[in-house]
Design a protein around this ligand. Structure first.
Ligand code: DC
Length: 209
């Protein structure tokens, strides 16, 4: 079974994807991490994330980089969003994601284009979202807990900028697939969102469309 979980930044899609993977006993891939690795490697190479050739060269990042805590930084998320605009970068990362999705037994993948490009044949697709203000509140609380010095206004502005770039790019933009279930978690806590996602996937498994 392949489960596609897409959605904007800080929507909770990663939490939901991991909970689904644990519930159904499937491997999970956070595809955003691949773009984060490319963005961060571009910076390590003193390249420009907006330059396609620099970003493409960084696609040869070493696998060990995927475990680097720096990939989780907000600044790295911004770099990831910038390198993900380049079609050459998306093409370079495509096969790795397709292979993960199509491994025997299936998988859960979360990202922006899983239900539309990477696994359009997925058995269940979720599009997880929440209002920009709610996502900014969650991100801001996370950052405060980690002791990161940042204002709510800056976090909200960053979320708006990321949304605009991820939905506005020409190649594989963030888009809800026609057959994806919309899960708006604005008024939901973590457990309620996970329960709704599991119920949806179980229903899909029982009654495939
Ligand atoms: O999910 P995330 O915040 O870690 O993703 C970081 C950036 O990577 C995101 O702003 C856009 C890009 N991305 C993408 O273009 N396609 C994906 N499947 C996953 C992430």
């Amino acid at each position: 079974m392949i489960v596609a979980v897409d959605g904007p930044t800080a929507s909770g899609k990663g939490t939901i994807a991991h909970a689904l993977a644990a519930h159904f006993g499937l491997p999970v891939l956070d595809t955003g991490l691949l773009y984060r690795a490319v963005g961060y490697q571009t910076q390590l190479d003193h390249g420009d994330a907006d330059n396609a050739a620099d970003a493409l060269a960084a696609c040869a990042f070493p696998d060990a980089l995927l475990a680097d805590p720096a990939l989780r930084y907000e600044t790295t998320g911004g770099l990831a969003s910038r390198v993900s605009v380049h079609p050459q970068v998306r093409a370079a990362l495509l096969q790795r994601q397709v292979d993960f999705a199509n491994q025997p037994g299936g998988a859960v993948l979360d990202g922006r284009d899983i239900g539309t490009v990477i696994a359009p044949h997925a058995d269940a697709k979720l599009f997880v979202t929440a209002s920009a203000e709610e996502r900014a509140c969650r991100r801001f609380a996370e950052m405060q807990a980690r002791g990161v010095d940042m204002t709510y206004a800056v976090v909200l502005a960053d979320i708006h900028a990321r949304d605009a770039r991820d939905t506005g790019r020409a190649d594989a933009p963030l888009l809800r697939a026609d057959d994806a279930m919309l899960l708006d978690t604005t008024a939901m806590d973590r457990d309620a969102a996970i329960a709704a996602a599991i119920a949806f996937v179980e229903e899909r498994v029982r009654r495939p469309s």
